[in-house]
Write a protein that binds this ligand. Sequence first.
Ligand code: SF4
Ligand code: F3S
Ligand code: FES
Length: 259
Amino acid sequence: MKAIFRIRRYNPEKDKKPYWQEFTLEDVLPTDRVVELLHRIKWEQDGTLTFRRSCAHGVCGSDAMRINGVNLLACKVLVRTFARDDAEEVKIQVEPILGLPVLKDLIVDMEPFFSHYRAILPYLITSEPPPADGRERRQSPQERAIFDDTTKCILCACCTTSCPSFWANDSYVGPAAIVQAHRFIFDSRDQAADQRLNVLGAPDGAWRCRTIFNCTPACPREIKVTQAIGEVKLAIVRGVEHVRQQKIADLKETPAPEE
Ligand code: SF4
Ligand code: F3S
Ligand code: FES
């Protein structure tokens, strides 16, 4: 099939403002990924087209883009998402994710995003010495299950840059930072939950989330982002242990997956 791309272009060295440019590709397959087609445009038609990508397998989180109005990883989305397999033509619009300054074409400045990430102390903090037997710090499968979902985050920013609260006020830490905080707040080996909850209880913390829910469907890792934010809000109000006990009770009620 034929693919008609409409791409948001911007080169700060020569453009006063961003503009749209069209490219046409022939012989596109329904199973082609958008990142491959962007490569074809760059390699066959316009070498100046600029976009971030690295792993091409949905792991590094570097190629988040707004594709046909939705935040997606270009390496995970197939052409058949936007057209039937027997269609003669597909139209694909690509623009940078919203809410972060555009540096060039599809590349945004991720520093404001990572500054919010650093603010929630995204690493294990404990004054306990490691076990004397030389093993790692252990925890039970149940203790691990409490924050399993939020360990899957690849910091792609699809959630934060789909959040209207973040668009309105980029001082808001955003859903990705809260997901990363959740991963450590509920880790039984960590001792800095109070420090993180202080950051998230401040005016630009978790309460700027108005439960709009854009973030959850935007997550390419299918993390229950809004649920994690809700658990962090509850921990601010009722304490970490309250949420932990509630989650343990929920896990007991969840049937084990079939063998
Ligand atoms: Fe990306 Fe999901 Fe992590 Fe948000 S929570 S940064 S969408 S992986
Ligand atoms: Fe934004 Fe998600 Fe909350 S879209 S308002 S962070 S539920
Ligand atoms: Fe790594 Fe797409 S290039 S997630």
